[in-house]
Design a protein around this ligand. Structure first.
Ligand code: CP3
Length: 355
């Protein structure tokens, strides 16, 4: 077993005792950090950064140099998978991600290959190996992927969307076609995440950012089912440890019980649900990750500290909580406030872990 200097994140995911609550932030490497913006400028663009293992490693480690975070997350993007399937990802400044090709009909779905993580996304695996080497056992490394449904929304719409009208129309009018697309994505994601695990990712998170845009029955049919298939297909153990899986369905608070039955080790919570109530519903099955409103980081240090204290008290005593934001940190946040957040979690949580 490889030695880890700080394993409280892995322990909390397995609901084992810890000295204090571990914390990391979704999008912790990103535009709120001036050093990130400088490295991105040096790389040329966002995808150049993702494709250069040394620079992807540099930005992964930047937040860890500033803050006592308990985990690192691979610097990459969920849309590398559709890019590798041939859709041609590009970023237009100020407009978010776009694809040169969309997926709208049978011909489009038939043309999509199932990708092989190592062969088709080798640059991501190089980044994972480089980051693991540079972390040198300080904290665990999280790998990630988008959920099939979330990836499908971008592929069908051709980019971001407010109402997902084309993706939902495909699901409602041509469910068979949508299932073919989701099946290819699920198999691609299994290969992609297993390649990340083999390259050194010690935990994986599935970002189901748009699962919560569905009705309950459509969520089960088009999103959860495929995440279950992914969990089943993943490597269970590596380097003598379980490889925990975190499922984050934004706006999934109504469906926690069924997500907890998916086989995942932990559920990511957005800020709309009270974490104490979530724990009552599923706490003997899974660990819980979350869930401070990311816009709280625009408030004062005092308000941030109070809110961290409130969430810790709501979760209560004992292990199984990983502190995080309820969604990604936003670009305009003052980095000093992120520091207040992280330090508050460590300081205020020790009393909930005193045996
Ligand atoms: O968490 C991390 O620090 C790891 C890196 C990471 C990024 N994207 C870097 C990124 C992760 C885990 C993601 C996931 C991701 N990407 C999701 C799921 C999580 C979520 O936030 O809901 C989604 C939906 C995407 C797709 C995506 N990538 C969008 C919609 C955008 C543009 C919007 C935006 O925030 O600018 C991106 C670009 C992106 N991915 C950036 C970063 C740091 C900004 C690019 C830049 O530097 O300009």
């Amino acid at each position: 077993m490889s030695e880890l200097k700080n394993d409280r994140f892995l322990k909390a995911l397995m609901r084992e005792p810890v000295d204090c609550t571990p914390v990391w932030m979704m999008r912790q490497a990103g535009r709120y950090l001036p050093e990130y913006r400088a490295t991105r400028a040096k790389a040329g663009g966002f995808m150049d950064l993702c494709k250069n293992a040394e620079l992807a490693c540099e930005v992964t480690l930047q937040p860890l140099e500033r803050y006592p975070l308990d985990a690192a997350i691979l610097f990459s993007d969920i849309l590398t998978v559709p890019d590798a399937m041939g859709l041609g990802l590009y970023f237009e400044t100020g407009e978010g991600p776009r694809f040169r090709k969309t997926v709208r009909n049978q011909q489009d779905v038939d043309a999509l290959p199932v990708i092989d993580g190592d062969a088709d996304l080798g640059y991501v695996m190089n980044a994972v190996r480089t980051i693991r080497r540079e972390l040198n056992g300080s904290v665990p490394l999280i790998g990630f992927s988008g959920s099939p449904w979330t990836l499908a929304t971008y592929m069908v719409e051709g980019g971001s969307s407010k109402d997902f009208r084309h993706a939902k129309a495909m699901a409602f009018d041509k469910p068979e076609l949508m299932h073919q697309l989701l099946g290819k994505l699920a198999d691609s994601v299994i290969s992609y995440l297993n390649a990340q695990i083999n390259a050194g990712a010690q935990v994986v998170q599935i970002f189901d950012t748009w699962g919560g845009a569905l009705s309950e029955s459509a969520y089960q049919e088009f999103s959860l089912q495929y995440m279950q298939r992914i969990v089943k297909g993943l490597i269970k153990e590596r380097e003598g440890r379980t490889v925990p899986v975190i499922i984050f369905t934004k706006n999934g608070g109504l469906w926690l019980e069924s997500i907890a039955d998916s086989g995942a080790h932990a559920l990511g919570l957005d800020w709309t649900i009270d974490i104490g109530k979530a724990r009552q519903r599923v706490g003997n099955k899974v660990a819980l990750q979350g869930n401070m409103d990311p816009t709280m980081l625009y408030a004062s240090p005092k308000a941030i500290r109070n809110e961290v204290g409130r969430i810790l008290a709501s979760y209560g005593n004992g292990p199984g909580h990983i502190f995080n934001l309820g969604h990604g940190i936003t670009p305009e946040v003052d980095p000093a406030n992120a520091g207040v957040f992280i330090e508050s979690v460590h300081e205020l949580s020790a009393r909930y872990h005193s045996g």
